[in-house]
Write a protein that binds this ligand. Structure first.
Ligand code: SF4
Length: 492
């Protein structure tokens, strides 16, 4: 079964044989970017103002990173970046992990049609995981005729070309590939934050968890070469970035597809060694691939963030089997307990799905048992939502009343543990990276600790991007209010 496959919709089918080298493809796209820039300059002349663009991101960190690439290309083409969706070029970078995410996109697209009626120059594009599913593409084609461009996750690197063709007036472009072995990473990127950045290390996923659409829409796992990754990290550091997050659907299987490549722990060590980098995070590891070597790197290397997000999904071995997660309750617990013992200062967070097909109250009891025993610092708890095209979508659903009761129990336990873990930090002095102005409290900024806890402290915009030693004064359950302390104060 392959979600998103279907005859007649791929008018740009990728063939291994016809493939030019990644380098040649980069140059080709660079050329299209220059041509697109000429089109944007002409448009500016015509409308008497600089054209604007807006990229709206739905979904995960990988999508956020892809949006930075789209914005980088649009800015280089000459667009001014806007937060407003009445811009001249609007892209919805979609997610499809949950069914309601699709519905949100369709709902919002309706609003864009009104903007387009009053702006004849406006172009609308939809990309991302949602467009890799045939049903969604059919719906977009049929009911949203004002969408100018639809492209998928595998050919995002060709966006300069699509942009150019779209600006030249080509109508209703649908550019979808079923997969690619290609990784073209030399296009411009518009970073959202000057001081931190995501760095893709793998694309796609080979795990085929039975509820997840990612392997179908993002393709099989492909690793970037460590040379390229390190080169990108060096470039980012030279540009003022101090914190990087290594991104992939399953980061700790990094390199399995590249014989002789560095292991993920070794890659982490090398990234830590890059001058100017002060913090290294990663997202997301899979429990089945979490090695002792990685634990050692986190223990020995102070630049590794004191935070591990380790998706559990369920505490029941039977449900984990049905999910095809390839670990048992006992194996997950053993790993979590090892992390707690060897890395006592590291915060652990997780993802939990409630209401997976076949889940009984006894299975939920197992999940509650793991939450209590690991005492997660936080957890993202989701109600299971079937994704068309996945094996779990054809499994017998759990009655809704039972799901809601289980969800309430899980959430209450998660929150109790999170409060308890957070309270342990009271009075400590820890290093925080100031990320932004506090939107709720004037005269305050928000910093993130290495363990991912947020702290609000008095400050102003000039502090953004700086690291400070912060005393955690007031515990608010899931975050703190604190004060900067001097080196002397923190020692005394
Ligand atoms: S590991 Fe499982 S849940 Fe995560 S992206 Fe891969 S298939 Fe999906």
């Amino acid at each position: 079964m392959r979600a998103g496959s279907g005859a007649g919709r791929r008018n740009d089918r990728f063939t291994e044989r016809g493939e030019t080298s990644d380098r040649a493809e980069s140059l080709r796209q660079e050329e299209y970017l220059q041509r697109a820039a000429q089109e944007v300059a002409d448009l500016e002349q015509e409308i008497g103002r600089r054209p604007t663009c807006c990229v709206t991101t739905f979904g995960c960190q990988m999508n956020a990173r892809d949006s930075e690439k789209l914005l980088g290309i649009l800015r280089r083409a000459g667009y001014a970046i806007s937060e407003s969706e009445d811009a001249d070029f609007v892209i919805y970078n979609t997610c499809t992990v949950r069914d309601n995410a699709d519905q949100r996109v369709f709902g919002r697209l309706g609003r864009l049609s009104h903007y387009k009626k009053s702006n004849p120059h406006m172009k609308i594009a939809v990309c991302g995981c949602m467009t890799q599913e045939q049903g969604n593409v059919d719906r977009l084609r049929k009911s949203y005729p004002y969408v100018d461009l639809i492209f998928g996750t595998h050919n995002l690197f060709r966006f300069p070309e699509y942009l150019y063709r779209c600006l030249r007036g080509e109508k209703r472009m649908v550019e979808l590939w079923e997969g690619t072995g290609r990784i073209v990473e030399t296009l411009p990127v518009e970073r959202r934050y000057p001081y931190k950045s995501g760095v893709n290390i793998t694309f796609g996923c080979d795990n085929f968890c039975t509820y997840c659409i990612v392997p179908y829409v993002r393709g099989r796992e492909r690793s970037r070469s460590s040379e390229e990754i390190l080169e990108e990290v060096r470039r980012l550091a030279a540009d003022g970035v101090t914190e990087v997050m290594l991104l992939g659907q399953n980061v700790n299987s990094y390199g399995h597809d590249l014989p002789g490549e560095l292991s993920f722990p070794e890659l982490c060590r090398r990234v830590c060694a890059v001058e100017g980098i002060r913090r290294v995070r990663f997202m997301t590891p899979h429990p089945k691939d979490f090695s002792d070597e990685l634990l050692e790197v986190i223990r020995e290397e102070p630049k590794m963030a004191r935070h591990i997000h380790l998706p559990m999904q369920s505490g029941s071995t039977e449900i984990l089997r049905r999910m095809n997660r390839r670990y048992t309750k006992e194996q997950y617990l053993a790993l979590a307990e090892k992390i707690r013992t060897r890395l006592p200062d590291v915060a652990m967070t997780t993802d939990i799905i409630v209401g997976f097909p076949g889940e009984t109250p006894a299975d939920v009891e197992d999940t509650l048992d793991v939450i209590r025993r690991v005492c997660f610092d936080n957890a993202y708890t989701f109600i299971y939502s079937p994704r068309r095209g996945t094996p779990a979508a054809s499994m017998e659903p759990v009655p809704e009343a039972q799901i809601h009761e289980s969800f309430g129990q899980v959430l209450a336990q998660v929150q109790a543990c999170a409060r308890e873990r957070c309270s342990r930090l009271a009075g400590q002095v820890l290093e925080g990276l100031v990320e932004e102005l506090n939107t709720q409290e004037a005269g305050y900024v928000t910093a993130r600790l290495s363990n991912n806890t947020l702290v609000h402290l008095p400050g102003d915009a000039s502090m953004i991007g700086q690291y400070h030693r912060i005393r955690l004064d007031e515990d608010h359950g899931f975050y703190y209010f604190g004060q900067i302390v001097t080196e002397q104060e923190s020692n005394g």
